[in-house]
Write a protein that binds this ligand. Sequence first.
Ligand code: F6R
Ligand code: MG
Ligand code: MG
Length: 366
Amino acid sequence: MKITISVLKADVGSIGGHLKPSQALLEEIKNFVHHRAKNLLIDYYLSCTGDDIAILCTHTKGPGNPQIHQLAWEAFLAGTEVAKKTGLYGAGQDLLKDSFSGNVKGLGPGVAEMEIEERENEPFIFLAADKTDPGAYNLPFYLAFADPMYCSGLILSPKMSEGFKFRIIDVSYTEKNKVIELNAPEDLYNLAALLRDTEKYVIESIYARHTGNQAVAISTQRLHNIAGKYTGKDDPVALVRVQGEFPATGEVLAPFNIGHYVAGFMRGSHIGPLMPCRLNSTISYFDGPPIVTGAAFSMKGGKLSEPVDVFDHPYWDAVRFQIAQKATEIRRQGFCGPSMLPYSELEYGGVVEKLKELEKRFTTVD
Ligand code: F6R
Ligand code: MG
Ligand code: MG
């Protein structure tokens, strides 16, 4: 049976700064989706990660379906009204355009979707990150799908021995979708050469080469490109099918114990370690650290099980402790050197203006 899994997410307002949406806002969006779900959705799951709300839903209408996108757009609009009425901060922040034109891509919300031939039993993980950008997934997915040091299935499972195809998008090119497909293991060095540059080259999807089946879909929208100025970080969501011909759940989770440094953190302009957190986690230290949450599901005929919180385990408490230390360590050097993003990626216009002014005051001397 062909099922589409869609996740659409947006920040439409939160409490106490950019921390977490209110319960009332979540309820409003949940009620909206609930009333519109009839004859459209098979199932849905609503969650928040930091200040972002994600609508995960299953249906048979295929990716990019205008009805599904309209439902999400209108749900976020309804949420925005509650945010405005109750004085939440940044009400409607990610809804960058006024009118809906059939697809939320390019309007602000992030989208990750895939149409799959549902397996006899269909386990998958929904990941959501806050205070970072889509390049945050480059390293963990490279390691989980291409490196036997992290994914033992690449050497142990005959179903995975052909490796995976990575589709990578150049997010700096805004005219059209500029993509390249690279195969692991042959293209490992080429993959690494691109994926090291997380602000430009971003994994969009991954496919099992043995069957051609899609394993991963990631939201690659850049708010910066849509708005032409800083309006918040992109806070990417991802769908990852697991087990069988794909890496096991634990193999996908394994690289998240690195707490690798990603772009984002305070004002979307810094570098901080990505911390795997419990579902519905909030934001704190230095508007961060950048966080990722994970909900694992099983699915039958598009009907979802209850979620399992993949980072809610004593193992990850120890990991979080180490990552907190990494966050403190890089913050000790404040604005200096690699703790902040390079000039081209600084999200707030202020410093750019300041540098332009200062440029005029430079003189050349012998
Ligand atoms: C980063 C983020 C926050 C804000 C910061 C300032 O993505 O959401 O770090 O950039 O709290 O917010 P404003 O400019 O709204 O006062
Ligand atoms: Mg956010
Ligand atoms: Mg935000």
